[in-house]
Design a protein around this ligand. Structure first.
Ligand code: GLN
Length: 331
């Protein structure tokens, strides 16, 4: 077993869960009513190791939308299917140092990275863009279900409709990107490209299924429950030969980007204090990956000024205080 003293480890996790339960700062996102209605006291933690040991605390079976956590998986799926080289022809790798939905591009007129809205809109527009919208959605639902080992992945249509109805910023961002030639030639219809992005934000999970999804990243792209490879560790040999490049490994690359860009404009501080790849979403979800060990899903709706879950961030800090999980704790 990868975590031999499992009960002891879980006891620590439970203690941290209880400590964070008492935090009462932050504000539930209210830009759409479907998010504003969430009870600020909701709080859950779920863990899944790379060998399939599981545990969860709190409201771990209550569904919520993945929101910006989809950005990490969409990138992983796009890079697995197309190779990271092609994806990064359209999107950079640099933290933007700006708010997640700001209207700005890098010096090459590309979105800064796949973890901000601009980069995520472009990344999703690369996925199966020769198919019709229905097939593209089905394809992604299937991929997400594989990554979650067949556990709960749903779709919240009310969130999708609200996102679309209040999407002025994302439309402005997309027109700005269209003007700058950011979209692939296959994207003919901007509204469809945005619909696809919103549909992926509106995929629904529970803390338990999200933990399996995080564990799949911790396990290098192989789901620990089904042992199915969902995210390429490196491209298939023929693709590799074609690209004549060997530095491309989607499972590794997504964690690298989560490490530098996953927590909005708090990413630098998070990387400093916690030192683990993570991605947050406006629903109050945070996934944290301890490579080769375990995936953690945290969910609590109240957000801090940066847009990250207050309890989620607190949990991560407490976790690295107790365990040497920080990237550089081995020094
Ligand atoms: N749907 C939201 C948006 O695109 C997602 C943002 C988020 O989770 N930060 O604005």
């Amino acid at each position: 077993l990868i975590v031999p003293s499992w009960n002891q480890f879980c006891q620590h996790m439970k203690e941290i869960y209880e400590i964070c339960k008492d935090a009462n700062g932050g504000k539930v996102a209210d830009y759409i009513p479907q998010l504003a209605r969430f009870d600020p006291n909701l709080w859950s933690v779920a863990i899944c190791t790379v060998d399939g040991q599981r545990a969860s605390w709190g409201d771990s079976k209550k569904p919520f939308c993945v929101q910006s956590v989809s950005k990490a998986y969409n990138y992983a799926i796009a890079a697995s299917e197309l190779g990271a080289d092609l994806v990064h022809h359209y999107v950079g790798q640099e933290p933007s140092g700006r708010f997640f939905n700001e209207i700005c591009l890098d010096t090459h007129n590309k979105p800064h990275n796949p973890m901000v809205n601009s980069g995520a809109i472009i990344t999703s527009s690369l996925i199966k863009n020769e198919m019709n919208m229905a097939d593209r959605f089905d394809h992604m639902l299937n991929e997400y279900r594989k990554i979650s080992g067949g556990e709960y992945v749903g779709f919240n249509n009310a969130v999708f409709l609200s996102e679309r109805a209040t999407a002025d910023r994302n439309f402005a961002l997309s027109y700005f990107m269209k003007e700058n030639g950011c979209f692939p030639p296959q994207t003919k219809n901007l509204a469809e490209a945005l619909d696809f992005y919103f549909q992926l934000c509106s995929l629904e999970v529970t803390c338990e299924s999200m933990a399996v999804m995080a564990a799949t990243l911790a396990n290098g792209g192989v789901c620990p429950i089904t042992e199915e490879r969902c995210i390429a560790s490196r491209p298939a040999r023929d693709v590799l030969t074609l690209m004549n490049s060997c530095g491309i490994r989607p499972a590794r690359d997504v964690l690298t980007l989560m490490n530098s860009c996953g927590m909005y404009d708090y990413s630098g501080q998070f990387s400093f204090h916690v030192g683990l790849p993570a991605k947050s979403g406006v629903s109050g979800v945070v996934i944290v990956v301890i490579p080769n060990l375990l995936g953690i899903a945290l969910w609590s709706p109240p957000l801090d000024e940066m847009g990250n879950s207050v309890r989620g961030v607190q949990f991560c800090k407490e976790l690295v205080n107790r365990f040497n999980f920080h990237n550089y704790d081995s020094l």
